[in-house]
Write a new protein. Sequence first.
Length: 118
Amino acid sequence: MIHAADVREWRNRDVLDPESHKIGVLETVYVDTTTDEPVMATVRTGLPTRHRLVFVPLGNAIAGPDYLKVGYVRRLVKEAPSIGTDGVLPADQEEAVFKHYGLPYQPGAAGERQLARR
């Protein structure tokens, strides 16, 4: 299991797929608002003049000395919902990220968001 304290050290690490293909660079980690455990990250991809942030789940992620290996192939991650490097994920688009990866989405009982940026 990945602990929230560890993720502070991950920023700017390379993010790799299961076959060690580079997807991009880790930008931000999102935690589940009910458990405060890391569940999702944004990865900076694209050309230097046109970066974007794509979302990738952290389930089964492996942290190495200078990389983070996620359990999803590069193509799937690059096709995931994205935001601009200065943007935020609107609440009404949060479910689409989970759906893209075939993961269940459960907003809070009062309708609050599942993800919080750390």
